[in-house]
Design a protein around this ligand. Structure first.
Ligand SMILES: *[C@@H]1O[C@H](CO)[C@@H](O)[C@H](O)[C@H]1NC(C)=O
Ligand SMILES: *[C@@H]1O[C@H](CO)[C@@H](O)[C@H](O)[C@H]1NC(C)=O
Ligand SMILES: *[C@@H]1O[C@H](CO)[C@@H](O)[C@H](O)[C@H]1NC(C)=O
Ligand SMILES: *[C@@H]1O[C@H](CO)[C@@H](O)[C@H](O)[C@H]1NC(C)=O
Ligand SMILES: *[C@@H]1O[C@H](CO)[C@@H](O)[C@H](O)[C@H]1NC(C)=O
Ligand SMILES: *[C@@H]1O[C@H](CO)[C@@H](O)[C@H](O)[C@H]1NC(C)=O
Ligand SMILES: *[C@@H]1O[C@H](CO)[C@@H](O)[C@H](O)[C@H]1NC(C)=O
Ligand SMILES: *[C@@H]1O[C@H](CO)[C@@H](O)[C@H](O)[C@H]1NC(C)=O
Ligand SMILES: *[C@@H]1O[C@H](CO)[C@@H](O)[C@H](O)[C@H]1NC(C)=O
Ligand SMILES: *[C@@H]1O[C@H](CO)[C@@H](O)[C@H](O)[C@H]1NC(C)=O
Ligand SMILES: *[C@@H]1O[C@H](CO)[C@@H](O)[C@H](O)[C@H]1NC(C)=O
Length: 661
């Protein structure tokens, strides 16, 4: 089907194809199950600068000299210009209660332009087509102007400059805002941001600076928002489910440093930052509201995880102290969806969001079966989860509460709660789990999943592939199809971790890789895009005869498409699999769009971000059913395919489906 020329010319291929028995599938027109409509999504957390320095668009690293238990304030990323002397100070008048340390810039002489530059998160993307929005706080008497510039960090060449008239005084902190449009593109991302002032205009020999920020244009123009190219790559696979705020990051290293949402809202000067769990200070810049706005902009349902008294070091909250965390979760839910006259709903309105956000899923904790074992998991089952479940269900009966472990982690999850299953595995394992959820009655999310180990790998600590690879992607496809077959109980699946900063990482396999100015979509991105582009509102009963062809059938009542999704994993002798597919009740000569993804000859082939070559081949053809409503086509070994009879384009199909849900 995909390579007709090859089939005709190469006798051996033609033989292989004709010798294989067709898989005969009949899809009933009734008797299916309604779906919830948000099967595909992702988990994002700030793993090794995929938040700060990644999705969060801030260009300045260490912008506010934040302090946490794990990390003292530093001058990292800051460099002097013209002999200025940079030092950290705790002034008697700090910028705010939580930003107590600032940078003092002392001038070496009484005149001349002095200041500092910041080299960002491994450089900065500088383009003449972009207008950068900056701000900084300064204290100290100064009459004159500040000059802000984007410049090459290697040659010193300036790409754009703006002068800002000083409003700064001796006694208080003053914010200065500016816009900077470069006059030319930088040739590489090896750039920095400089801020200078005229030494002759100051009284006391130095000025103090804090919260120095610079944003390129952001996704959907949100203030304090997301990096456009990364956000667009995410949006591009049509995700409809967003698990926030990460996994380990929620738990924190200790019960003093968990992801406290209350520190992540409001003006940036009120956000203290915290000890990140991935080896660096985090800013709290990418906070709860930013996550919610992002979900809203893309059209994603939220799975909100709340801290439940377990941290990565095994800190466990005793039963008699747990209530404060339950209250905290209730406050957070009220902040997200409570009425404007509620305490936290009013805070939301004050921050510019009178309308509540939608929140249907709340997950208690993250991987409670893992940290502090066995007490962590035991206390979760004994009192932590039951206490949260009771309180949340009583306050919000319509919310689906989710346990951070699944039935497979040895927990008979009490009703009406759901579970969360995580799988990082070999492709063979993902294929073997095709049926895993067929008999489960408890709703589950697949809160984290990805193929990461090659077949034959030895579990968690075994070798990992450098990037998602085609064979792994097809393994994921088989599991995803298994989840879709059970869409009445599988709330959705989240790829994790989703993005990776190529400059600083420890976790290899992510859907999207990026640097300061590049974004690379992996083989798995193409799979998830295809699957998510064809949402079903209803699964339909179909002949069940699997291996090597795995499939699910259904339809969408908004697009009126009949849908068939399939993957071929290890066909006999690598031959194409002929498929005969009959949808009961469809008229003859119904046309369908058949999309087939195939990979490189080497199943270990991947999309290497250093070459940017995409190894996934996409073929789209229009095929017609015969008089009995039957479609016929061949699917190659290691391929993924979707047949959809909706006449709409992908864009309109997704919009139609979203309108419904
Ligand atoms: C379409 O499907 C959804 C989800 O299964 C269901 O809630 C809705 O009632 C259906 N709408 C129509 C018009 O059948
Ligand atoms: C500022 O105060 C913090 C404690 O709040 C302290 O840890 C830090 O050492 C102080 N820094 C300076 C430069 O004095
Ligand atoms: C930028 O230049 C400074 C020295 O001028 C250097 O210390 C720093 O490593 C450079 N930054 C990057 C990202 O190369
Ligand atoms: C900024 O001010 C300096 C000194 O007055 C001047 O030379 C320069 O042209 C100004 N730059 C811009 C972009 O206005
Ligand atoms: C920036 O340039 C320096 C010096 O040439 C080099 O060592 C560094 O790797 C470059 N950084 C980036 C991000 O290109
Ligand atoms: C924090 O962890 C410590 C050590 O495990 C424990 O003693 C304490 O009760 C915990 N506090 C809270 C509020 O969870
Ligand atoms: C589900 O139940 C059916 C019928 O009892 C059984 O044949 C099948 O093996 C079960 N599947 C799993 C994955 O347990
Ligand atoms: C984050 O990435 C760096 C650079 O690859 C690595 O050295 C570090 O161990 C990673 N952090 C963690 C917590 O693994
Ligand atoms: C619908 O759900 C029921 C109950 O979970 C299940 O037995 C049946 O196989 C499902 N049908 C389809 C088409 O998924
Ligand atoms: C096709 O399937 C066979 C197993 O039958 C497998 O060994 C082979 O690697 C696959 N072929 C390709 C081109 O990936
Ligand atoms: C599929 O083929 C690959 C490559 O030959 C092999 O590594 C894997 O174990 C096979 N898996 C199954 C389930 O046959």
């Amino acid at each position: 089907m995909v390579f007709p020329n090859l089939v005709i010319q190469a006798g051996i291929f033609a033989y292989a194809v004709s010798s294989a028995t067709a898989v005969d599938i009949t899809v009933s027109s009734t008797g299916g199950n309604a779906t919830n409509g948000h099967q595909y999504g992702f988990l994002h957390e700030d793993i090794n600068n995929s938040g700060d320095g990644g999705l969060y668009a801030e260009l300045i690293r260490n912008r506010a000299f934040q302090i946490s238990e794990g990390f003292p304030a530093t001058l990292d990323a800051w460099h002097p210009i013209n002999g200025a002397e940079l030092s950290l100070k705790n002034l008697s008048v700090p910028l705010s209660d939580v930003l107590v340390t600032s940078m003092n810039v002392a001038t070496p002489s009484e005149e001349g332009e002095v200041g500092f530059f910041n080299d960002g998160y491994w450089g900065m993307d500088v383009k003449a087509s972009k207008t950068y929005s900056g701000s900084f706080w300064v204290k100290g008497a100064y009459s004159g102007q500040f000059t802000a510039s984007l410049q090459s960090n290697t040659t010193g060449e300036t790409f754009g400059t703006v002068n800002i008239t000083s409003q700064s005084t001796a006694d208080e902190w003053t914010e200065h805002e500016f816009e900077l449009t470069p006059s030319n593109d930088a040739p590489s991302s090896n750039n920095s941001f400089a801020l200078t002032f005229d030494a002759s205009g100051i009284d006391e020999g130095s000025l103090d600076f804090n919260l120095i920020s610079l944003f390129p244009p952001t996704y959907k123009g949100r203030k304090n928002g997301m990096r456009v190219d990364i956000a667009e790559a995410l949006e591009g696979f049509h995700p409809t489910l967003f698990r926030i705020p990460g996994g380990n990051m929620l738990e924190g290293l200790t019960n003093r440093t968990w992801w406290d949402w209350k520190n992540s809202i409001g003006p940036l000067k009120n956000r203290p930052g915290f000890s990140g769990v991935w080896g660096y200070q985090q800013t709290n810049g990418l906070g709860l509201v930013e996550y919610l706005e992002f979900a809203e902009d893309i059209g994603m349902e939220i799975v909100l995880a709340v801290y439940d008294g377990l941290s990565l070091n095994g800190d466990i909250t005793p039963e008699d102290q747990l209530q404060s965390y339950i209250d905290d979760a209730l406050d957070e839910i009220e902040f997200i969806r409570g009425p404007v006259d509620s305490k936290w709903g009013a805070v939301r309105a004050e921050l510019g969001h009178p309308d509540p956000w939608k929140l249907q899923y709340v997950e208690v904790g993250n991987e409670d079966w893992l940290s502090g074992a066995p007490e962590g998991w035991d206390t979760f089952k004994e009192y932590r989860f039951p206490m949260f479940l009771d309180a949340l269900t009583e306050a919000y009966p319509d919310i689906q509460v989710i346990s951070s472990g699944s039935n497979y982690d040895g927990y008979n999850i009490p009703k009406p709660a759901g579970g969360d299953y995580h799988v990082y595995a070999t492709p063979d394992t993902l294929v073997s789990e095709f049926n895993k959820f067929d008999n489960i009655t408890t709703p589950h999310i697949i809160g984290e999943m990805a193929a990461i180990h090659p077949n034959g790998g030895t579990g968690w600590d075994g070798p990992q592939q450098p990037y998602p690879w085609w064979g792994g992607t097809v393994g994921e496809a088989v599991s995803l199809i298994g989840y879709e077959r059970n869409q009445d109980r599988i709330i959705g699946a989240a790829y994790a971790p989703i993005i990776r900063n190529m400059n600083r990482w420890q976790w290899a396999v992510t859907m999207i890789q990026f640097t300061a100015d590049t974004v690379t979509k992996s083989t798995s991105w193409y799979l998830w895009e295809l699957m998510a582009a064809h949402p079903m509102t209803e699964t339909l009963p179909a002949t069940s005869q699997f291996d090597p062809l795995y499939y699910v059938a259904g339809r969408n009542n908004q697009t009126s498409g009949h849908i068939f999704k399939a993957a071929v994993y290890n066909s006999t002798d690598g031959a194409d699999v002929p498929v005969t597919l009959k949808f009961e009740g469809i008229v003859s000569a119904t046309s369908g769009e058949l999309t087939i993804l195939t990979g490189p000859e080497d199943p270990y082939g991947d999309n290497d971000p250093y070459t940017g070559v995409n190894v996934v081949k996409t073929s789209k053809t229009t095929i017609r059913s015969d008089t009995s409503g039957t479609f016929q086509f061949d699917l190659p070994n290691l391929s993924v395919a979707v047949l959809d009879t909706s006449p709409l384009t992908t864009r309109r199909r997704i919009r139609a489906a979203r309108g419904k849900w």
